[in-house]
Design a protein around this ligand. Structure first.
Ligand SMILES: *Cc1c(COP(=O)(O)O)cnc(C)c1O
Length: 456
């Protein structure tokens, strides 16, 4: 059979709300043209993020009922710890309520003024936590990673020569750790090859720098390795994931992604001294180390979700359904970042709206148009999210202007996706009518969440 189907059936349904174009015109204006400020009930198909939007399985919901809500030493914690130690091989496992809590705790150990922390591409909260600690966050993607139209198997890789050069420039003593994000979310959900993980490991070993993996989408990354990297076709995704983990000195994860839960995460470390300091911060800011700010039932759901994410029938369906959206858009002439990533399709806003300058936020114009057209919520990943203004008042944008359509796990069917394709193709046909925007309010950190805009 050629057709790859959803490897599940639906037991519980949730209605979605239809609105008229007129209503959406008013709603987007009230939200200051920032889709983060919309009420979710006014969104028909929500592709804002794949984070925490997963449909949990019957097994996970059963696990929730089985959760042991003891404050200390919960059975659910020990189940979670056992699953994670077996999967990752790391000695110390610290639960947290979501990924950025792990980032904050890590930064409280390794961050601070004068420190420099490289990554293939920092996710927005990772960068914010590093900068908030006073350290500098440096992105070192491979060249093809910033060229949306180039097709390559592992565009999420880190530029290993650039890593060497950075260490030489700032001194290894100022690089408290190196991060590597699998898959590279801000770089388009592109995978990192096993060879690249090994090469980065080698540079870190040479300079005695700990390597911490950001493994939000470790299962999708492992599946890409199985499909694309020589020598891995016959290995199980679980064993590939284990090999990836084996090159790290630790990992942090937002389990709202490949943990298949609505909230949760962890920081895993081999260094006992770091783990002790991390637990101290955890107790002050998150909770006792056997729950880390979560309900214990959440640990139970996470333990089950981490296993389900490695199911190869699920991963085949997952990667194929994202690729399907990309293929149809490309066939209709819509410019996308190629090849399709694991969790999302990214529209190339620079080519989509070549009449809108980066300083006028072409991606945000597309995001607003998709909401107006069909009630679809997407997110800008470009000058709104990462742009700054230099000393002479000029706009400095990131390498790419993207609009991300993130696909929640196990939530939407193929006809939902067909509807999304139709809407994007319609907007693309009328793209010359789109106008840029002006930002009228911004917060000092992570401005895209709360910014206000006016249409030009
Ligand atoms: C989502 C994400 C984070 C942050 O996790 P939260 O759960 O949103 O706090 C960090 N890194 C990457 C790569 C992510 O995708």
């Amino acid at each position: 059979m050629k057709t790859i189907i959803e490897p599940f059936k639906i037991k519980s349904v949730e209605p979605i709300n239809f609105t008229t174009r007129e209503q959406r015109e008013a709603l987007i204006a009230e939200a200051h043209y920032n889709v983060f400020l919309l009420h979710a009930d006014d969104v028909l198909i929500d592709l804002l993020t794949d984070s925490g939007t997963t449909a949990m399985s019957a097994r996970q919901w059963a696990g929730i009922m089985n959760g042991d809500e003891a404050y200390a030493g919960s059975r659910s914690y020990y189940r979670f710890e056992t699953v994670l130690k077996e999967l990752t091989g790391f000695s110390y496992v610290i639960p947290v309520h979501q990924g950025r809590a792990a980032e904050k705790i890590l930064c409280s150990i390794v961050g601070g003024a004068g420190k420099v922390i490289p990554n293939n591409t920092h996710f927005d909260t990772t960068r914010a936590n590093i900068e908030y600690s006073g350290a500098r966050a440096v992105d070192l993607p491979v060249r093809e990673g910033t060229q949306p139209e180039v097709i390559a198997p592992f565009k999420g890789n880190m530029d290993v020569d650039a890593l060497e050069a950075l260490i030489k420039e700032v001194g290894a003593e100022n690089v408290p750790c190196c991060l590597l994000t699998l898959t590279n979310n801000s770089g388009g959900g592109q995978p990192v090859s096993m060879k690249n993980v090994r090469d980065v490991r080698a540079v870190c070993t040479k300079h005695n720098i700990p390597l911490i993996l950001d493994v939000c989408r470790f299962a999708e990354n492992a599946m890409f390795i199985k499909m694309r990297e020589e020598g891995y076709a016959n290995m199980s995704v679980r064993d590939i994931a284990k090999e990836m983990f084996s090159y790290g000195d630790g990992a942090m994860m937002s389990a709202k992604k490949d943990g298949m839960v609505n909230t949760g995460g962890f920081l895993a470390l081999n260094n006992g001294e770091w783990a002790e300091r991390a637990r101290t911060v955890l107790i002050v800011t998150e909770g006792f180390p056997t729950y880390g700010g979560l309900a214990r039932r959440d640990l139970e759901a996470m333990a089950i979700g981490l296993e389900e994410a490695l199911d190869e029938a699920y991963l085949t369906y997952r990667l194929r359904s994202v690729q399907y959206l990309g293929e149809k858009l490309k066939a209709a002439g819509v410019p996308i970042l190629e090849p399709p990533g694991g969790h999302a399709i990214y529209l190339d806003a620079r080519r989509f709206c070549d009449h809108i300058a980066p300083k006028d936020f072409p991606g945000q114009a597309i995001v607003c148009a998709l909401y107006r057209e069909a009630g679809i919520r997407s997110v800008e990943i470009g000058s709104v999210m990462f742009g700054t203004t230099n000393a002479s008042g000029e706009h400095v944008g990131p390498a790419m202007e993207l609009v991300r359509l993130a696909i929640p796990r196990r939530v939407y069917t193929q006809s939902h996706i067909d509807y999304v394709i139709e809407a994007i193709v319609n907007v693309h046909e009328r793209r010359h009518d789109l106008r840029g925007l002006r930002m009228t309010y911004e917060a000092p950190y992570l401005r895209h969440f709360t910014a206000h805009f006016e249409e030009l």
